[in-house]
Design a protein around this ligand. Structure first.
Ligand SMILES: Cc1cc2nc3c(=O)[nH]c(=O)nc-3n(C[C@H](O)[C@H](O)[C@H](O)COP(=O)(O)OP(=O)(O)OC[C@H]3O[C@@H](n4cnc5c(N)ncnc54)[C@H](O)[C@@H]3O)c2cc1C
Length: 386
């Protein structure tokens, strides 16, 4: 019988407050030359789309060097190929999970608009467009009346957009994750609230030691502890360069804007999502580790930018949140066996794509645990690839 162990509960951390997108078409790794070119400008704005907390610079530097190397053209091509393969499994398995757990009502099928302030900005997405076309992802560029119909009320500063009609979002990521958890419990899984201190592989199985001094003997263990996973994997000899890209958002009441679908302001690093619980505005990346206090001025800054592009947005009455994206330098997750034991499987490091790739990851983990042939070549996702 499967036991889900979490120190807090189901989806109480990063999976609780994300932007709710099934971003199956996001196959381009973050460390592309385009992003690397924007880095100096972004880093010069302390509330911009990407910041490094100065006090965290020494710890993050090795990760940044790996991130820079991941942006070399041959590595981008390899990551893109692996991510596209992962996304095919992710899409198939998400559809299967949604159908089998009866979650269709929680999925919105109204697409996404990626918004631009000039034709020049749109032209710069040509490489991303080519990658999308190669993967068979349907999209079109929209302007004028068509853009205004897809999303009324935008500032004239927004001149054009890419519309991806088959993009899906969930009604609320927390509700969705809890519903998936309930579906697992209905099939025999159970939940134990406890903090894992350490894993001790044995000849037969694994001993899970908890911080309260108790322990549990398991036949097999899956480490899916998000950005905190390294604390369990490093003592096993797996030094995986897992860092966190902290993200911020504000969820406004639903009446704040007549939002038709998810909007992405790529040039400014934030998205706006229609949710059951309101309108969520946020994103951005802050490299600041797991312990520094949040800087909610980042959430405020994105809200102010959104109001600039969405005149009429009511910016009061919101709830602010920060989450810890678990990120590896090449934008691919770590899915595979631990170094010391094939009874321990790792499944973390999904960065910006954890909701999107959750069901696919579940499928791959199940294949590893049962000795079945994995649905894709797991070499590029190997936890030992660095
Ligand atoms: C602002 C923002 C927007 C995002 N938008 C999207 C999006 O639109 N689409 C998308 O696909 N992804 C998105 N993401 C990314 C996504 O949220 C993450 O990739 C995903 O939530 C990671 O899931 P996880 O289960 O690995 O980590 P988490 O959700 O953080 O879960 C890890 C769990 O492990 C538990 N844990 C850790 N250590 C221990 C321990 N020692 N003992 C017991 N329990 C432990 C924690 O309590 C926690 O519950 C976004 C992220 C952010 C921050």
């Amino acid at each position: 019988m499967a036991v889900l162990i979490d120190r807090k509960g189901v989806a109480e951390e990063t999976s609780r407050g994300n932007a709710g997108a099934f971003a199956f078409s996001d196959v381009i790794p973050l460390a592309t030359s385009g992003i690397l070119r924007k880095l100096p400008r972004w880093l010069s704005d302390p509330l911009g789309p990407l910041t490094i907390r100065p006090e965290y610079l020494p710890q993050i530097t090795p990760w940044m060097i790996r991130f820079w190397r991941a942006g070399w053209p041959d590595r981008v091509a390899a990551s893109l190929k692996a991510q596209a393969a992962m996304m095919r499994v992710a899409r198939t398995e998400a559809e299967a999970l949604i159908a089998s757990a009866g979650l269709d009502a929680m999925v919105r099928h109204d697409g996404v608009l990626e918004l631009y302030e000039s034709e020049d900005e749109l032209t710069k997405t040509a490489r991303d467009d080519a990658a999308k076309s190669a993967e068979g992802i349907e999209f079109r560029h929209v302007r004028g009346a068509e853009l205004a119909e897809l999303q009324p009320g935008l500032s004239p500063r927004i001149t054009c957009a890419t519309f991806i009609p088959k993009w899906q979002t969930v009604s609320d990521p927390y509700d969705y994750a809890v519903a998936v958890g309930k579906a697992a419990m209905a099939r025999g899984a159970s939940f134990k609230q406890a903090e894992v201190a350490q894993l001790r592989p044995q000849n037969e199985g694994v001993v899970i030691e908890f911080t309260d001094g108790t322990s549990l003997h398991a036949r097999q263990v899956v480490v899916a502890g998000g950005a905190w996973s390294k604390r369990l994997t490093a003592p096993l000899g797996d030094n995986i360069p897992l860092e966190t890209e902290r993200g911020y958002n504000t969820t406004l009441p639903g009446y704040s804007f007549d939002l038709k679908r998810q909007l992405v302001f790529s040039g400014h690093g934030f998205v706006v999502t229609p949710l059951e619980s309101g309108i969520r505005i946020g994103g951005a990346v802050e490299l600041g580790g797991l312990s520094l206090p949040p800087n909610f001025k980042r959430a405020d800054a994105m809200l102010q930018k959104a109001a600039m592009f969405m005149p009429g947005l009511v910016t009061t009455g919101g709830r602010q949140w920060m989450g810890f994206r678990p990120s590896l330098p090449d934008s691919l997750p770590a899915i595979g066996f631990s170094r010391p034991s094939r009874n321990i499987v790792y499944a973390f490091g999904h960065g910006h794509l954890g909701l999107t790739q959750a069901a696919g990851t579940g499928k791959l983990v199940a294949e590893l645990l049962t000795g079945a042939t994995p649905s894709l070549d797991l070499t590029p996702l190997s936890p030992q690839r660095f």
